[in-house]
Every structure is written in C-alpha cells, then in structure tokens.
Design a protein around this ligand. Structure first.
Ligand SMILES: [Zn+2]
Length: 273
C-alpha cells in the first residue's frame, strides 16, 4: 500500500540509487498519484521498514493459558496438489489489536475502524530500565512528559507505544506472563492516570504495549481497557521490536484483518522508519 508521502519517498529512493531514468521510473509514473493529491499529502519520508509483529504459533503465551491458534492442515501438496490450513484462533492472541467494542457495548468493531486511523505517527516511550526493576511497572504521566521534553508534543493521531523490554522474554513464557503461584500475572502496563491524560490532553489514536495487556499484569479491574477502548480508541498488545524503533518520527501501519463484528484480531504491524 502507499501511505501519504509514500510516492515522494519512492521517488527519493529511486533517484538516490540512480534508477530514476530507467524502467522503474516508468512503472512509478504509471502508478503516481495526481499532482494535486500529492501536494495535499503531508511529507512523510521513510527509508526502511521494521516489523513490529511477533510470529504467531500455538506456543505463543496467551492471557487464557490455551493456544491462541490451532492449525489443521486440510490439504497437503503431496496428496491434494496444494497446501491449506484451517485456523481456529482467539481474537486476542499474539500481536493483535483491541477494537473499541472489546470493552464497550457499542464501540467500533474491527471492520469499522477507518484506515486513516490505522496509519499513524508512532511515539515509543522507553520504560525498559524501570520495568527491569519492577515487573508490575506502570507507565506514568511523567514518562510521557519526559518523552515530550525530548521529542516535543505528541503528534496528533499518534500511537503511543510502551517499550518495557518485555518482548525479549517471549522465549520464556514464565517470565513473559509472570504468572505466580496464585495465578496472578506480573508484567508492565500503562497507568490509568497516564491513559486518562492522553485522552484529555492529547489527540491519540492508539495505545500499544509489548506485553499481554494494556493494563499491567496484576490488574483485576482493567481500568485502562475500560477507559481507553470505549472512547473510540484502539489498543495493540504483544508488540515486537520496539527496542529497534525510533522514539519518534516513524509511521505505524496497522495491517488489521477486516472481519465483520470482530472485537479485534491479529495484526501485522509495520513501522515505516
Ligand atoms: Zn487484546
């Protein structure tokens, strides 16, 4: 797909490589947007892509403690001439999106989220040092203030992503979920105060975390889910590679499956850097 500013980035990359006079230029010209549209689009350049998605498999730790996906091979190329699985999935497993309907009675379902809300500036707030000291760490209002002191005001319609360093624990489910003897989870999340401030004082489209839930592990009341999602905003959980993403300046593309009435679903997250 081509986001606003994409054609400009392609042109930039091609001319930089000296290919712009060649056949690639011809195919580019054939797909170029109308000049007036190109002028209207904000300039967003990117030179690389970063996958913020974990590979999904039955082994991926889930909130429910059961496999988030079951894959049944219905057709095999040796026997049937082609390969095809039937999947049975939990909507909220692996790298996935929470739609507003997930914690509200009348919020938008996954298929109703407008695409302009799914291609947004990405702001990554690094709390990994603090989370390493406290697995129940809650991203604070002060963490957001510190980000703004360095990178200026959070851009409108952005996704604020908590980088807690938890993605590195994925290979160790006991650490990733932090489940204790009493069955309580221990992993970082966003504080209700920080979420409330983002809703009232900034224009933010989405909240992302590299853990199982927007609310931290021990939460029993899911305050952030109950405040954030009914407001019409979305969430992303189990985000990968935030340690490799720049704190500001990237564009996040949320490739969400468009399933009627879905409360969320697996998403391919791509950062344009
Ligand atoms: Zn979810």
């Amino acid at each position: 797909m081509c986001v606003p500013g994409c054609q400009e980035a392609v042109r930039h990359a091609l001319s930089r490589r000296g290919f712009f006079q060649g056949s690639l230029a011809a195919s580019f010209a054939a797909t170029a947007v109308a000049p007036d549209m190109a002028q209207a689009a904000p300039a967003r350049r990117f030179t690389s892509t970063l996958d913020l998605t974990h590979t999904m498999s039955p082994d991926f730790p889930t909130f429910f403690g059961v496999p988030g996906i079951e894959m049944d091979k219905k057709f095999d190329i040796k026997k049937d001439g082609y390969n095809l699985y039937w999947w049975r999935i939990i909507e909220h497993a692996g790298t996935h999106l929470d739609a507003p309907i997930h914690f509200s009675e009348a919020g938008a379902t996954a298929d109703k989220i407008a695409v302009e809300q799914l291609v947004v500036p990405l702001a990554v707030v690094d709390v990994a040092g603090k989370a390493a000291q406290n697995p129940d760490y809650l991203l604070t209002r002060e963490d957001l203030a510190a980000w703004e002191r360095t990178h200026r005001r959070l851009p409108d319609n952005c996704c604020v992503a908590m980088h807690s360093g938890w993605a590195q624990h994925l290979g160790n489910p006991a650490k990733f979920t932090g489940k204790d003897a009493a069955g309580t989870f221990h992993f970082p999340g966003v504080s209700p105060e920080a979420a409330d401030w983002l809703m009232k004082e900034r224009k933010v489209s989405g909240l992302a975390v590299d853990t199982l839930s927007l609310d931290h592990g021990p939460s029993k009341d899911f305050k952030v889910h109950y405040a954030w999602l009914p407001s019409g905003r979305w969430g992303l959980e189990n985000v990968a590679n935030l340690d490799k993403a720049p704190p500001s300046g990237a564009t996040l593309v949320v490739g969400l499956a468009k399933v009627k009435d879905a409360t969320g679903g697996p998403a391919r997250l791509i950062a344009l850097v």
